[in-house]
Design a protein around this ligand. Structure first.
Ligand code: AR6
Length: 184
C-alpha cells in the first residue's frame, strides 16, 4: 500500500499505511491532553517508539503543562525506536455536536504541528487523520478542515517541504480524497 495522490504542487502526499513506519522527520500523534498514551494511533506510536517517548512527555507535563496539553496545541518529543526522528503530539477536539469551534480546534492542530516542525527546521511531516477515530470527528468534515489548514500553512512557510496524510485503510483514504479542499 502506498502513495495515492499528490496535491499543492507535490508538497502534500496522500497515502495508505501505518504511520509508525513512516521514515519522515516527524510523525504527528493524535494524543490526548494527558500526553500519557492511549488507544488508536497514540497507543501504536508509544508501542513502536518505546519508553523514551513517555519519559519526554512526562517531562513536558511537569515543566510546561501541569494541567495537560490544551486542545489544538502541539509539543515535540523523540520518536524513540521508530524510523522518524520526532513525534509531534497534538490534541484534537472531541467532536460531540460539532460546530465551528471544533473545526477551528482541528485546524489549529494541523497549523500548530506544522509551525512547530518549521521552527525545528524539519522538512517532512506525516499526519494521521486527527480526531476521526475515538474522538468521533466525521472524516468527510475533517478532510475539508485539515486540507485547508495544510494548504494555508504551506502558502506562508518554506521550511516544511512534504506533508503526508497517512490513512490506516483504503476506505478512509478514499473518503478523504472525495472530500478534501486542496485547490491544486
Ligand atoms: N497509522 C495511521 N493511522 C492510524 C493508525 C496507524 N498506526 N492507528 C489508527 N489510525 P484515533 P483520535 C487512524 O482514535 O480520534 C487515543 O486513545 C484511525 O483509523 O487514534 O484523535 C488518544 O489517547 C483514525 O483514522 O485518534 C486519545 O484519547 C485516526 O488514526 C484519542 O484516542 C485517528 O484515530 C484520540 O482520538
Amino acid at each position: 500500500m502506498g502513495e495515492l495522490k499528490k496535491f499543492v504542487k507535490g508538497h502534500v502526499v496522500v497515502k495508505v499505511g501505518n504511520i509508525t513506519r513512516e521514515d519522515v522527520d516527524a510523525i504527528v500523534n493524535a494524543a490526548n491532553s494527558t500526553l500519557m498514551g492511549g488507544g488508536g494511533v497514540d497507543g501504536a506510536i508509544h508501542r513502536a517508539g518505546g519508553a523514551e517517548i513517555l519519559k519526554e512527555c512526562k517531562e513536558i507535563r511537569r515543566t510546561r503543562y501541569p494541567q495537560g496539553l490544551p486542545t489544538g496545541e502541539a509539543v515535540i518529543t523523540t520518536a524513540g525506536k521508530m524510523a522518524a526522528r520526532y513525534v509531534i503530539h497534538t490534541v484534537g477536539p472531541v467532536f460531540g455536536g460539532g460546530g465551528k469551534e471544533k473545526a477551528d480546534q482541528l485546524a489549529a492542530c494541523y497549523r500548530n504541528s506544522l509551525a512547530l516542525a518549521g521552527k525545528k527546521g524539519l522538512k517532512t511531516v506525516a499526519f494521521p487523520a486527527i480526531s476521526t477515530g475515538i474522538y468521533g470527528y466525521p472524516l468527510d468534515q475533517a478532510a475539508q478542515v485539515c486540507s485547508k489548514a495544510i494548504q494555508d500553512f504551506l502558502a506562508s512557510e518554506v521550511t516544511v517541504q512534504e506533508v503526508c496524510m497517512v490513512f490506516f485503510s483504503q476506505r478512509e483514504a478514499d473518503l478523504f480524497l472525495k472530500n478534501h479542499s486542496f485547490k491544486d
